[in-house]
Design a protein around this ligand. Structure first.
Ligand code: GTP
Ligand code: MG
Length: 694
């Protein structure tokens, strides 16, 4: 394979709403460019980018695939990202690696939440943007409605460059507004140029002049000289239009729109051409900001002669080839025999084999230059780390991944699989910064957290297919606690006479509420009624008791125990007997000390579109939350702060996604414990005993 330089490399992430046609568009582009020998289909599970068995089964992308291919004398790295919101982390990795974000919008369903999210993410990371209006062949497709919607939602920078010509509700040709040429596609998907007379017809019917004027105006905005020419009423040359759109994309001033069909191949050849003409090359993007070990800011320019800096955009755990890392080379050159430094950890890494990827197909390469995206295997760096030459160690910024907000408890289906599960989960979590797997210190359950139900399902099925371990998911237990509200005195006597010498321990105690998570133990014994050497045994007995309260067997907090009095037997008393006596006193005392269940309360911070705040506040009330405040954040969004009982929040992530159509997000941080309302006690006790039996 040729080594491509940055001026000939185009890094394009395909993003957009779920099922808007990203993977199919990638497939059609690869087929048209000759990088694959068939136009695979989602329905048949034969696409290059959805190669994972889980993607084939679900007929949806669940991870970002890299497909690098040559088109003319360019190298195009397509990153096909998933549209399902659960896999937002994968989408972010794809956008971070790319220089241009190509957003697919179905001509059937128009602008959706995923379209807006993709556009916002691209803008936030300063990437060039472009829209492909897909599924143009569909009987319900409406390109012009979609175009109007794009302009309404994203503003006047939206600029059509390929539009369909429709006669009697049928598309008769596709018009390239830059070339001013019309094409139709034959049955094999080949473009056929149309007669000029047909173009004239189109001109009349579709007010072509209006569309050309819109492009000209957008192009004029990109440069003063062009603006002058525009005001003088002179038409732009084709080169001026191409350069103008190209510069406009680079500066974030123009978002070109094309129309495509992955089914009939309409517009696919033109889109490839536009990649070469309009889309910024890897060397045109602004230098990436980085921070060196001594906190100095520096810029990483896309220059092969500079020291190496490569950002790990994504890692994939594979049970066979090991860990595979997608590297975006920001600066310098990478070679397969190189030793590099991980700027985050300071550790040395030996780069082994390097590959270009075409979906699952790997082609080994010896080196690659700044601007390219390649895969390295078995390096230990994680997503977001920067690999550098020893002479310039600096970390490039990786965008923050969304927080895991949906959790389930994980249990092995088959006993003995625990260590397999732990190793597998560790590897799976390593490849996905939006997943976490850890033990809840209170309930001792293993908790898997991610962005939604499908996200966790995929993690579980990967665990099965790649690591051979099956698990069951259940709603995590809530770490309830118990405490007391009243001071009581209690007595405990353990006396047994059996055979030789017996057992004797006797204590009188007081139990009172206090502010402490640990048991507080004091003694106020007069005159040696309980000898000093048995005090530790009494305390030990109580420490064991506070692990399981009298209401539902939950840990007991906020209790002070005072040993007041008791008695002993010179022969029969033992540590064991005093432990038993303390435990009898504890159980008796607790029942009379007005025991209560405590439930965990967290601080919740929700960010959501303004129009959803009323619904969310109502929902928080229903979930026994206390809203503390609201404040505007960013454009059209409100942040709601509340205190919420954790037991009511398990499916809040799903609720919020549904009510905000995916635009809301939230974080929850543990705050304190509060008494559980008495009416919920029977339900909670029943649930805990059911869990204990399971
Ligand atoms: N008629 C028609 N159907 C299409 C076209 N492109 C995609 N589809 C269909 O739309 C559905 C979704 O296509 P995908 O390519 O999987 O969409 P996607 O955006 O990659 O989906 P996610 O990755 O899951 O978000 C599939 O059933 C495709 O066959 C098209 O150009 N024409
Ligand atoms: Mg897809």
């Amino acid at each position: 394979m040729n080594q491509f330089h940055a001026d000939k490399i185009k890094n394009i992430a395909l993003t957009g709403h779920h099922s808007s046609g990203k993977t199919s568009l990638a497939e059609a582009l690869l087929f048209c460019a000759g990088a694959s020998d068939r136009n695979g289909r989602i329905a048949d599970g034969t696409t290059v980018c959805d190669f994972d068995p889980e993607e084939i089964r679900r007929k949806a992308s669940v991870s970002t695939a890299l497909a690098g291919f040559q088109y003319e004398d360019y190298w195009v790295n397509l990153l096909d990202t998933p549209g399902i919101l659960d896999f937002a982390g994968e989408e972010l990795s794809g956008i971070a690696a790319a220089d241009t974000v190509l957003i697919t919008v179905s001509a059937k369903s128009g602008v959706r939440v995923g379209t807006k999210k993709a556009y916002e993410s691209a803008k936030a990371l300063c990437k060039a943007t472009m829209f492909a209006v897909t599924k143009i062949d569909d009987k319900d497709a409406n390109f012009y409605n979609t175009l109007t919607e794009l302009k309404t939602v994203f503003g006047s920078t939206v600029c059509p460059v390929v539009v369909p010509v429709i006669r009697n509700a049928e598309i008769v040709s596709y018009l390239n507004l830059i070339e001013m040429k019309a094409y139709c596609y034959d049955k094999s998907g080949k473009a056929v140029e149309m007669e000029v007379s047909d173009l004239d017809m189109a001109e009349k019917e579709y007010r072509l002049d209006g569309l050309v004027a819109a492009i000209s105006e957008a192009v004029a905005e990109t440069d003063d000289a062009l603006m002058e020419k525009f005001f003088e009423g002179e038409a732009f040359t084709q080169k001026e239009l191409i350069d103008g759109i190209h510069n406009g994309m680079n500066k974030g001033l123009i978002t070109p729109v094309v129309c495509t069909s992955a089914l009939t191949m309409a517009g696919i050849d033109m889109l490839l051409k536009e990649f070469t003409l309009l889309v910024p090359s890897a060397d045109e993007v602004p230098p990436v900001q980085a921070v060196s070990g001594d906190e100095n800011l520096l810029e990483l320019a896309c220059d092969p002669e500079k020291p190496l800096a490569a950002l790990v955009c994504k890692t994939v755990a594979d049970a066979f080839v090991g860990k595979m890392s997608y590297l975006k080379i920001l600066s310098g050159k990478i070679r397969s025999d190189m030793t590099v430094i991980n700027a985050k950890t300071g550790a040395e890494e030996k780069i082994g084999k390097l590959y270009t990827l075409l979906g699952k197909k790997q082609t080994e390469i010896k080196s690659a230059e700044a601007g390219d995206i390649v895969a390295a295997v078995k390096i230990s760096a994680g997503t977001g780390d920067t690999l550098c030459s020893a002479n310039q160690v600096a970390s490039a910024e990786m965008p923050a991944f969304p927080h895991a907000c949906y959790s389930m408890a994980v249990r092995a289906k088959n006993q003995g699989d625990e260590s397999k599960i732990s190793t597998g989960m560790q590897r799976i979590v390593e490849e996905d910064p939006t997943l976490s797997y850890s033990q809840d210190v209170s309930t001792k359950e293993q908790i898997l957290s991610g962005l939604g139900e499908q996200h966790l399902e995929i993690a579980v099925s990967k665990l099965k297919s790649k690591f051979g371990a099956e698990v069951m998911l259940s709603v995590p237990q809530i770490a309830y606690r118990e405490t007391i509200r009243k001071k009581v005195e209690a007595e405990g006597k353990h006396k047994k006479q059996s055979g030789g010498h017996g057992q004797y321990g006797h204590v009188k105690m007081a139990f009172e509420p206090c502010v402490s998570d640990e048991l507080i133990f004091e003694e106020k014994v007069f005159g040696g009624s309980v000898p000093k050497n048995y005090f530790p045994a009494v305390e030990k007995g109580l420490q064991e008791c506070v692990k399981k309260g009298v209401l539902a067997g939950c840990p007991v907090v906020g209790v002070k125990a005072i040993l007041l009095d008791g008695s002993y037997h010179p022969v029969d008393s033992s540590e064991m007997a005093f432990k038993m006596a303390a435990s009898i006193a504890f159980k008796d005392g607790m029942r009379r000390a007005e025991p209560v269940m405590l439930e965990p309360i967290s601080t919740l911070s929700v960010t959501a579109p303004d129009e959803n705040t009323g619904d969310i506040m109502g929902e928080l009330n229903r979930r026994r939350g206390r809203v503390l405040g609201m404040q505007p954040v960013g454009k059209g969004n409100t942040e709601i702060t509340a205190e919420v009982p954790v037991r009511e929040m398990h499916d809040f992530a799903m609720y919020l996604r549904q009510v905000t159509r995916g635009l809301g997000s939230f974080t929850m941080t543990p705050l304190r414990y509060e008494p559980l309302p008495a009416n919920l006690l029977p339900e909670v006790i029943a649930a805990i005993s059911a869990q204990n039996e399971a």
